[in-house]
Design a protein around this ligand. Structure first.
Ligand SMILES: NC(=O)c1ccc[n+]([C@@H]2O[C@H](COP(=O)([O-])OP(=O)(O)OC[C@H]3O[C@@H](n4cnc5c(N)ncnc54)[C@H](O)[C@@H]3O)[C@@H](O)[C@H]2O)c1
Ligand SMILES: CC(C)[C@H](C(=O)O)[C@@H](O)C(=O)O
Ligand SMILES: [Mg+2]
Length: 370
């Protein structure tokens, strides 16, 4: 069923397990197009180490231009040991920061929700993780990742590595507003995470968040230092609804939250704020398992679900894709990272094929697509 508009989306498979987890998602998109589930124009471009190998640059200008010309970008992962000794400007990670910045994707939404079928895969006791459903709203284009001065300099014969944590009032205001709006559609609670007992950037962060909170009297605001937040996440994750925080704290806390849900291979993200949305699993290129067909492609499918919802205005397709992932878990099918005794252990490719088949089966039962 089409709506008369051709959506343009760009796929960036990247490095390591990136192309492996992207392949079944790309196949799903092709089948959606051929079944006329949705009117899509899908193309692929280079990013990361693979782009560096082919073009000498981890973020080719052509990739940026095509990303800006798309409604949404789906990115798998970049990086790998082969590129770790390159100067920062040439590193795959710089390309990732670059594309986020070019797209103006300042708000990174990282939902951590427990699929009940994975209660045993979590490292926490079932009674602790029951009902886990939180979102990390991570500021993505500022903070210590982007602040200057940065670099490695020599001072008095001693080498010094420098990075600068830096947040301006407008940067804090806009991310806080996103967080309060997200909370309005959920349990109406925001936990702002900072290190205001030590860092001036956090003192300002807290002050601005308190000011923005006045626009949202229906939402409860609490503040938490990041070290305590890291501890509370494993002690009582059900106590969180929306966590709003800066770039580096959000990076760390979202990886921690992912393990509560069973595996980092399950967590998707949406980076919004600009004209083009950017969607990526929160995991990396996993060099330790790359090329072995054992990665979990679920986070990649769930990132596509977020794309369908946030950028293409297709919430029903998004929910169906989430249900497809859940139904495969319900059948006891697992990749290695979420395996448990008695499960049907499958590789990345088969997991992807099963999710796709479940998706089209569910669509047919809803009378959508053929
Ligand atoms: N968005 C991104 O592109 C992104 C994110 C994080 C890290 N990285 C890069 O990836 C490289 C590896 O980093 P890392 O090892 O710290 O983090 P990682 O997320 O790649 O891997 C951490 C651990 O999780 C496992 N894992 C990750 N994704 C998985 C999946 N889908 N299924 C099953 N297991 C999975 C890995 O096997 C590994 O044991 C580095 O170069 C890093 O900079 C990129
Ligand atoms: C690879 C790295 C630059 C990136 C980040 O820190 O943003 C990653 O860890 C992520 O979580 O997307
Ligand atoms: Mg990370």
């Amino acid at each position: 069923m089409t709506h008369g508009k051709t959506h343009k989306i760009l796929l960036l498979p990247g490095d390591g397990i990136g192309p492996e987890v992207m392949a079944p998602v790309s196949a799903l998109l092709s089948e959606m197009v051929s079944r006329k589930t949705i009117d899509l124009q899908v193309s692929e471009a280079l990013i990361g180490g693979s782009a560096y190998d082919r073009t000498g640059h981890p973020l080719p200008a052509d990739t940026v231009a095509r990303a800006l010309d798309s409604e949404a970008v789906l990115l798998a992962a970049v990086g790998g040991p082969k590129y770790d000794t390159l100067p920062y400007e040439h590193r795959p990670e710089r390309a990732l920061l670059g594309i986020r910045e070019k797209l103006g994707a300042f708000a990174n939404l990282r939902p951590a929700k427990l699929f009940p079928q994975l209660a045993n895969a979590s490292t926490l006791k079932p009674e602790v993780i029951r009902g886990l459903d939180l979102v990390v709203v991570r500021e993505l284009t500022g903070g210590i990742y982007f602040g200057s001065p940065r670099g490695i300099v020599t001072e008095g014969g001693v080498r010094v590595g420098i990075n600068t944590e830096r947040y301006s009032e407008p940067e804090i205001e806009r991310i806080a507003r996103v967080a309060f709006n997200v909370a309005r559609s959920r349990k109406k609670k925001v936990t702002s995470v900072d290190k205001a007992n030590v860092l001036e950037s956090s003192v300002l962060w807290r002050e601005v968040v308190v000011r923005v909170a006045r626009e949202f009297p229906d939402v409860t605001l609490e503040h938490m230092y990041v070290d305590n937040a890291a501890m509370q996440l494993v002690r009582n994750p059900g106590g969180f609804d929306v966590i709003v925080t800066g770039n580096i704290f959000g990076d760390i806390l979202s990886d921690e939250a992912s393990q509560l849900t069973g595996s980092i291979g399950m967590l998707a993200s949406a980076s919004v704020g600009g004209k083009t949305g950017l969607y990526e699993p929160i995991h990396g290129s996993a060099p330790d398992i790359a090329g072995k067909d054992i990665a979990n492609p679920s986070a990649m499918f769930l990132s596509l679900a977020m794309l369908l919802d946030h950028s293409l205005g297709e919430p029903a397709l998004a929910r169906t894709l989430e249900k497809a992932v859940e139904s495969v878990l319900e059948e006891g099918v697992r990749t290695r990272d979420i395996a448990e005794p008695g499960c049907t252990l499958v590789g990345c490719r088969e997991m992807g094929e099963r999710i796709s088949r479940a998706f089209f089966r569910l669509l047919e039962s809803l009378g959508r697509g053929r």
